[in-house]
Design a protein around this ligand. Structure first.
Ligand SMILES: [Mg+2]
Length: 421
């Protein structure tokens, strides 16, 4: 396994997310201890999120309202506004994506990015650009903590070192020093049960944990998770397994007589349906769709790029994906110069969450229409599977000349993908 020599991964966690959004949206709450509660007007409930002012007075997330009031009588309780949080999430993500591509959304207030070569050389500068952009374009009352390290797990731990609004960079050459004073509670993936097992094995602190061998942790965990944790803590390039793959995408070079906007549009629908099928087979939902086009003006013009992306409400059915694609094309049609020929194009479904753990679930109003389209899509999948080809599709299905010659590519293999964002 490769051991990076520079920071390669960023982990961003918003501070007191729900409460800080309330403070951003409602100036009267700024500077005051705020506790977000599930419903208005009930006393037997709990604080689900609190502001930094409330935290400073000892209030914790998930605390009875009575207890919170006892500790902090001046606490202002506000009922949750899920739709506001969802819109804030989308707005914040698109601002971040304007600075650095988002590799994975881990929850409503956490995400991770992979650093470009330029950012690796100047990580503090990257952090400053993200924070500045969020403050200017969304608001200064929503802050985030950022960690950067050789891999995602270390970046996540680093991010917790300086909350709120901090930036912690763990350069590989400085490791494992910063890990040594930590306790097992600070390490994601070491729960109560594992702490007991480690203790029984005579491993009581980070120094002795780091002195183990990969096989030893594998034995203590009883599976490969322990071994992966060993490699992560030692700064190897550990990529998450199947459950957190980054994206599903397809791209294609169009044949010379198939480069009109109309043909490219048809081809993109086909590529998207193929990608969405693979995504469903993998058991994922996507929260963002990207379309990129590479075009020329005139037959010998310079190849130029256009790209756009938009958020989707965590979906996996064809209708939702195709509707999002249509909106991207409407943008492309107005922005592309006249007389272009589309040379290459691609679609990418990203910000995936496994079907079993849709972390944004509480904010979704999965309406009947969505469920209906999911059933329609599942029925089409079964039919196509049965016949081993596309016999049912939503709208036209016109493969480009030369057929769909396995144009499977991942977003990361597209040259200069980041230029298209
Ligand atoms: Mg947070």
């Amino acid at each position: 396994m490769r051991k990076p020599e520079q920071v390669e991964q960023l982990y961003l966690d918003f501070d007191g997310f729900f409460a800080s959004i309330e403070q951003q949206a409602r100036p009267g709450l700024r500077g005051r201890p705020v506790g977000v509660v599930p419903f208005d007007g009930t006393s037997h409930t709990c604080v689900i999120a609190c502001s930094k002012e409330a935290k400073a007075r000892g209030v914790k997330n998930i605390m009875n309202v009575e207890d919170a009031r006892a500790i902090c009588p001046e606490i202002v309780l506000v009922p949750q506004s899920p739709d506001l949080y969802r819109r804030a999430h989308n707005a914040l993500l698109s601002e971040i994506a304007a600075v650095i591509p988002i590799e994975a959304v881990k929850s409503i207030d956490e995400l991770t990015c992979r650093l470009s070569a330029r950012d690796r050389a100047a990580p503090h500068d990257l952090s400053r650009r993200i924070k500045q952009r969020l403050a200017r374009h969304v608001g200064p009352h929503i802050t985030c903590s950022i960690g950067m390290a050789a891999n995602r797990q270390l970046a996540k731990i680093a991010g917790k070192m300086d909350k709120p609004d901090g930036t912690t960079i763990w350069h590989p050459q400085d490791m494992p020093g910063p890990l040594l004073p930590l306790s097992f509670e600070d390490i994601p993936g070491i729960g109560k049960r594992m702490r007991r097992r480690l203790c029984l094995a005579g491993i009581g602190d980070m120094t002795s944990l780091l002195a183990t061998e990969p096989k030893q942790l594998r034995a203590i965990w009883g599976n490969v998770t322990g071994e992966r944790l060993w490699y992560a803590l030692h700064g190897y390039d550990v990529r998450a397994g199947g459950s957190s793959r980054g994206m599903y995408g397809h791209g294609r070079v169009l044949p010379p007589d198939f480069r009109t906007l109309k043909d490219a549009h048809g081809c993109s629908r086909l590529l998207l349906v193929k990608a969405a099928r693979r995504m469903r087979r993998g058991g994922f939902y996507a929260a963002r769709l990207a379309l990129w086009l590479s075009f020329r003006i005139g037959p010998v013009g310079r190849e130029q790029g256009w790209g756009g992306s938009l958020t989707m409400p965590i979906v996996h059915d064809d209708q939702a994906c195709l509707a999002a694609l249509q909106r991207l094309w409407e943008r492309a049609w107005t922005e592309l110069p006249r007389g272009v020929g589309i040379v290459r194009l691609g679609v990418t479904l990203m910000e995936l969450s496994p079907a079993g753990e849709r972390q944004l679930d509480m904010l979704l109003d999965d309406d009947r229409l969505r469920l209906k389209w999911e059933r329609v899509t599942a029925a089409a999948d079964r039919l196509n599977m049965k016949y081993g080809r596309t016999v049912v599709s939503l709208g036209p299905w016109t493969p480009p000349p030369g057929g769909y010659a396995g144009g499977k590519i991942s977003y990361t293999r597209i040259p200069h993908a980041e230029d298209f964002w």
